[in-house]
Write a protein that binds this ligand. Structure first.
Ligand code: HEC
Length: 140
């Protein structure tokens, strides 16, 4: 059941890409900074900050398990993992930012045996950091 949904989402992402209409927000956001560049950023907007929290290995490390549909992919950046489903079309996957937030706060509510860490419940990330990630994810 789940894997069908994941496959569907993935295909939809590919179709969107093929149609050249993928994630207009991400595309217009320009180059996504690398982990190193993130450290030097000052006064970054909330979406960029969320991306930085997500990709930083000592913080979210989301790309350790997920691919993310950002465009253009940062040059020389390792591709995301395939332990979890690709992060794409979040607005069609979750009915609200709150629902998406709940997934990151504690994914075990939806999938009891998931390997995804409960970032909020176990205080791996602060509430603010989770909000920032949600703002980023809501654009892809
Ligand atoms: C150790 C691997 C791992 C890490 C690290 C991880 N995830 Fe996941 N994630 C998964 C797995 C496995 C699933 C699928 C099962 C589930 O729903 O929990 C998943 C599911 C998801 C989903 C639901 C996707 C969908 O389309 O249903 C979202 C959103 C998500 N992860 C976001 C994140 C974010 C944001 C981070 C970083 C803060 C993160 N994940 C870190 C493994 C991981």
């Amino acid at each position: 059941m789940l894997s069908f949904r994941f496959a569907g989402t993935f295909l939809m992402g590919l179709l969107l890409l093929a149609g050249g209409v993928a994630s207009p927000t991400a595309a217009t956001a320009g180059e996504w900074p690398s982990e190193k560049q993130c450290k030097k950023l000052k006064d970054a907007d909330v979406v960029t900050t969320g991306w930085c929290v997500a990709i930083t290995r000592r913080k979210g490390n989301c790309l350790g398990c997920h691919m993310a549909m950002v465009n253009p992919w940062p040059e020389g950046f390792p591709p995301g993992g395939n332990v979890g489903p690709p992060l794409v079309a979040m607005k069609s996957r979750f009915e609200s930012k709150e629902a998406l937030r709940a997934q990151i706060y504690d994914p075990t509510v939806r999938s009891p045996n998931t390997s995804m860490p409960p970032f909020g419940k176990h205080r791996l990330l602060s509430d603010k950091q989770i909000d920032q990630i949600v703002e980023w994810l809501w654009t892809i």
